[in-house]
Design a binder for this molecule. Structure first.
Ligand code: NAP
Length: 247
C-alpha cells in the first residue's frame, strides 16, 4: 500500500519544471493526479502517458489558472474523473521581470493574476468539496523572492508575498475542516524559469547560495510529498528549500 493510494491531487502548472516533478512524485506515492497545463499540451500529455504507463492514474487538463471559469471547469473535470480531491498544489506561475521604471500595467497584472489570484480561484473552487469531506491539503508555491524581494521583480515579489499571507489566513480559516494550507518558498531551482537567465546572472546567484548550487525540482517535490503524507499537524507555515540563500 502506498501512502497516497486512493487520494487525488490537482497540480497546477504540471507540464514543466517544479509542477511536473510534484505530479510525478505524488503519482509515485499512489495519488491520482490532474496534470494541469496551459500552453504545453504535448509535455502534459507525455507526462500523463508516462505516469499511466507506470500504472498510475492521471489526466491532463488544460486551464488558465488566471481565469476563474477555466479553473472551475478543471475542478469539475477532476471530480467527474476521480470523484474526489484531497490535494491541491497551487504551483503555476510566471515572471515578467522589469524594473519599476519600465514595468507596464499589463506585466504587473499578468503576474499578479497568474501567481496570486490563481491561488484564490483554485482554492475557492475545491473548497466546497474539501469542506464536505472534512479533508484537504493545500500547498501554495511562493518563492524566496516573496520573503526577501528582488530588484526587477516587484510584481513577482508582491504576488509571492501575497501568497504567504493568503496561506496564513486560509490556514486559520480552514483548520476546523481538517484542511491544512502551507507555502513553499523555494530558492533558485533549475527549471526553464532559471535556465532562461544569462550565465552572468546565474553565476552571481550561485555565489550567494551557501550550499553552492541551484536546487532541483525533485527536491521541492519531495518536501511537498512529505507535507501531504506526514504533515497532519502542520499548517500556515512557510518552507524554505533554498540552499541557505535566505535564513
Ligand atoms: N524555478 C525557480 O527557481 C522557482 C523558485 C521559487 C518559486 N518558483 C515557483 O514555482 C512555480 C513553478 O516554477 P517553475 O520554475 O517550475 O516554472 P516553469 O518551468 O516556467 O513552469 C511554469 C509552469 O506553470 C504553468 N503556467 C504558467 N502560466 C499558467 C497559466 N496561466 N495557467 C496554467 N498554468 C500556467 C506552465 O504551464 P504551460 O507551459 O503549460 O503554459 C508551466 O507548467 C512557479 O509558481 C514559480 O514562481 C520557482
Amino acid at each position: 500500500m502506498k501512502r497516497l493510494d486512493g487520494q487525488v491531487a490537482i497540480v497546477t502548472g504540471a507540464s514543466r519544471g517544479i509542477g511536473r516533478a510534484v505530479a510525478k512524485e505524488l503519482a509515485e506515492w499512489g495519488a491520482a493526479v490532474v496534470v494541469n497545463y496551459y500552453q504545453s499540451q504535448e509535455q502534459a500529455e507525455q507526462l500523463v502517458s508516462d505516469l499511466t504507463g507506470q500504472g498510475a492514474r492521471a489526466i491532463a487538463v488544460r486551464a488558465g489558472v488566471a481565469h476563474p471559469d477555466d479553473v472551475q471547469a478543471m475542478v469539475e473535470r477532476a471530480l467527474e474523473e476521480f470523484g474526489q480531491i484531497d490535494i491541491l498544489v497551487n504551483n503555476a506561475g510566471v515572471n515578467r521581470d522589469r524594473t519599476l521604471r519600465r514595468m507596464s500595467v499589463e506585466e504587473w497584472h499578468e503576474v499578479i493574476n497568474t501567481d496570486l489570484n490563481s491561488a484564490f480561484y483554485c482554492t475557492s473552487a475545491v473548497l466546497p468539496h474539501m469542506i464536505e469531506r472534512n479533508y484537504g491539503r493545500i500547498i501554495n508555491m511562493s518563492s524566496i523572492i516573496g520573503q526577501m524581494g528582488n530588484a526587477g521583480q516587484s510584481n513577482y515579489a508582491a504576488a509571492k508575498a501575497g501568497l504567504i499571507a493568503f496561506t496564513k489566513s486560509a490556514a486559520q480559516e480552514l483548520a476546523r475542516y481538517n484542511i491544512t494550507v502551507n507555502a513553499m518558498c523555494p530558492g533558485f531551482v533549475e527549471t526553464d524559469m532559471v535556465i532562461a537567465l544569462s550565465d552572468e546572472v546565474k553565476e552571481a546567484l550561485v555565489s550567494r547560495i551557501p550550499l553552492g548550487r541551484f536546487g532541483r525540482p525533485e527536491e521541492v517535490a519531495a518536501f511537498i510529498r512529505f507535507l501531504v503524507t506526514e504533515g497532519d499537524w502542520i499548517t500556515g507555515q512557510q518552507f524554505n528549500p533554498n540552499g541557505g540563500m535566505y535564513m
